[in-house]
Design a binder for this molecule. Sequence first.
Ligand SMILES: [Zn+2]
Length: 598
Amino acid sequence: MKRSEVPVEMTWDLSLIYKTREDALKALEEARELADRIEKEYRGRLDNAKDIVDCMHLYEKMMETGSRASSYFSLNMETDYTNAENAADYSRARSILTEGRTKTSFVESEIAEADADILKEAVEKGGTVSNYLKDILRGKPYMLEPGTEKALSALGEFMGTPYRIYNQAKLADMRFPDFYVKEKRYPLGYALFEDEYEYEKDRDVRHFAFRTFSETIKKYENVTAAAYNAYVCRDRTMAGLRGFKDVFDYLLFDDKVTRDLYDRQIDIIMEKLAPHMRKYAGLLKKVHKLNRMTYADLKLSVDPDFDPRVSIEDAEKYIADGLAVMGGEYVDMIHRAFKERWIDLATNDGKSTGGFCSSPYGAPASFILLSWQGRMADVFTLAHELGHAGHFKLCNNTQGYFDTQVPRYYVEAPSTINELLLTGYLEKTDSDPRFRRWVLSCTVGKTYYHNFVTHLLEAAYQREVYKIVDAGGSVQAETLSGIYKDVLSKFWGDAVEITKGAELTWMRQPNYYMGLYSYTYSAGLTISTKMCKRILEEGESAVNDWKRALAAGSTVTPLEFAKMAGVDISTDAPLLETIDYIGRMIDEMCELTEELGF
Ligand SMILES: [Zn+2]
């Protein structure tokens, strides 16, 4: 289907951000004028508290206006990449914003140069820009001479080169051949493999797809490794230049997370979750009657034939009922999302795959993109994305623009908790053992597998890479495959055969080009698991704690955020409890399988 043929009720309504495209273009112009004004009025003058605060408020306005307009154009583009006008609008928005940021890059350097007393006064009087000023102060010990900072910012554009090379190799150069099983031809592609064949229940098709996929990506292992090596060495160089103790301290600085917290997340899951997941692999082996359980079989669903179909009306009802415990206002937001068309459900040519939620600051709505297939799994995706919407509704309405830049450490907590609450609700609506096993398998095989296994193993691998680089070494394809294979073998033990090609998983994840992002997935889900338990046991008082934490935006550190939610992540207790919870779900799935006899 072409985008123009999609029925309007399946599309989102971007006029909730701006009535017309012209209005959005006008907002971009406003942002450009603000940048000019900041440069004209404040360059060379940021040596007193009043000017610092006034300038920062203009800067805040510029960022807020520019990013809202840019969201409008990027969201428009996401629904149809084949539309040239959308692409041109978006690239215009990007260039105006980049120009604005370059023009105003003096702001941070000048503020950091001001006397301590002046800065202290500016922080006191800063209001919505106070925390941003505090962050500039916090980063001051690691700032270089203004001339050097300027040179680095001019080179900033090239810092992203490794990731661009990675994407070119992966998205433009890689060509996948068709493969044949029993003389039937199967087309292969990157997304086709990751979205379809990995879950395919026919063993031969699944394994041939895995083999062909692995053999193809292997041809690009050297260019990919070279790009990745450049990326991690860049991090080491920046850490050294700025005077951080090591590359880990440099990478964890912005997340406001200690090395302890980071290491513990990886070490405990590697050790304590592994036995449960090996049992899960055994269950998959049994229900699918496999002779050998291999890496290529891990994405299988426990019961792929059981696939409840759902209408959009039912989805709304399930989610509203499942999240009723969050209170009337929250449920109202859910109904508004459907009624006011916050959600783009269509499947059309040129539309972005996957799902996401965007909540432009200052807009009265969030925008959720997914391709609705009428499956129960889509209901979980919707509940997840509505969790992001609920989070940003609270913090956008409470905080200034800068205080809504939520640390990655807990950004996935409000979304995953909705999946867990929905699970709890569905379990109660139907006591059929097959349905119950299916709900559990969605939670373990999707929610927890994705966050606690896939991304965690990536994090464990990444830590080894950065250790080598930090000690002055470099990494090549062979080293990277070796590290990945070790991590997989350590986690899966004898329960899973590490198929040839599995060691190339280091080539697949764009997250490796986003600092230490991978480990934060399990951190967010640890907080939401504990919080979900509190909500189900304590009701309203726990919900109120949760809402207060969500409304805090980025005014709190990850540790403080968790504390507001009543979760103490300074100890390993929440993590151990979560692992225990996963273990119990796997045990129950095994028992239900005995009971069902298949
Ligand atoms: Zn999410």
